[in-house]
Design a protein. Structure first.
Length: 292
């Protein structure tokens, strides 16, 4: 019976490991500093005690939490040729991917706020009230938690007796399934329908919502149109960086490809540092509050 797994990490080149360690360490520090600054600012500034900034603070908290699940193993793996992770820790890490699931649902929930702001600006305060915002946050967290619980419970029913080597920097569901001592065809299909299909649906909803918003923006003034287009363009870029790599990983039966690790880096390391800069730090009131 397998009691631990071996993570081979990103690369076996010592020189490349040093460069990647410095790069990802800096990205990790910036991610935590920026997001903790946003959370502290919203908590300390009474002018930001509104539903909209409550959502932005929750987005920052999700970014900090999500980057704390896989990044420590990534950094430790870059300091050694390979990293050992116990069976229980591996499954716990996969379970805590519910934070990434909550993030996906949360981003879809935030489109409601953008839609209301564009189509019903005069009723924004009454519609996007505290009940609505806390409901969106609760639904996002619960959806991610339930999805991860079902998925992890399904994995725990599989027998693992070796091999126990994962060519990755963290425990990921598709690769762990391949190590099961049984036929994995049905298990892989279950992951494709359970994770991949949900990601495709959520990404489709986001793209449709942005399309609807962009159609409405055409009727705005030139100055407002330029600002709105810039905001939507950057947000679509970030959303694509999150969902497209995830769909690439989870919406197909697993087969080792050269782009797998690049895709994993994109949504586990890169996007948590981009989201606060795109969604929050472009906000004028937030920048003023941080200065205060």
């Amino acid at each position: 019976t397998v009691t631990e797994f071996v993570l081979l990490g990103l690369t076996q080149s010592c020189k490349l490991q040093c460069c990647l360690y410095v790069t990802f360490f800096l990205i990790c520090v910036i991610t935590w500093l920026v997001n903790f600054t946003i959370i502290a600012t919203v908590a300390a500034d009474h002018q930001l005690h509104t539903p909209m900034y409550f959502l932005l603070a929750n987005l920052a908290f999700l970014d900090v939490s999500d980057s704390s699940v896989n990044t420590p193993k990534l950094l430790s793996g870059l300091l050694t040729q390979h990293t050992m992770i116990s069976f229980n820790e591996c499954f716990l890490q996969m379970f805590f991917h519910f934070i990434a699931g909550a993030m996906a649902f949360f981003l879809v929930g935030m489109t409601i706020g953008r839609y209301v702001a564009i189509y019903e600006p005069l009723h924004y305060v009454s519609i996007m009230n505290w009940n609505m915002c806390t409901g969106l946050v609760s639904i996002a967290w619960c959806s991610g938690f339930v999805h991860s619980t079902i998925q992890t419970g399904f994995l725990l029913q599989l027998p693992f007796c070796g091999p126990s080597v994962l060519d990755n920097f963290y425990c990921d569901v598709p690769q762990v399934i391949k190590l099961a001592c049984t036929g994995t065809c049905m298990a892989e299909l279950q992951i494709v329908f359970n994770s991949g299909e949900i990601l495709i649906i959520l990404f489709g909803i986001l793209i449709i919502s942005y399309t609807v918003i962009l159609l409405k923006i055409r009727t705005c003034t030139t100055e407002g149109k330029r600002k709105a287009l810039s905001t939507c363009g950057t947000q679509i870029t970030v959303v694509s960086l999150i969902f497209i790599p995830c769909i690439f990983i989870y919406a197909r039966p697993y087969k080792k490809l050269a782009m797998d690790k690049v895709a994993s880096i994109a949504y586990t390391v890169v996007t948590p540092v981009l989201k606060p800069m795109i969604y929050t730090l472009r906000n004028t009131e937030m920048k003023k509050a941080i200065r205060r």
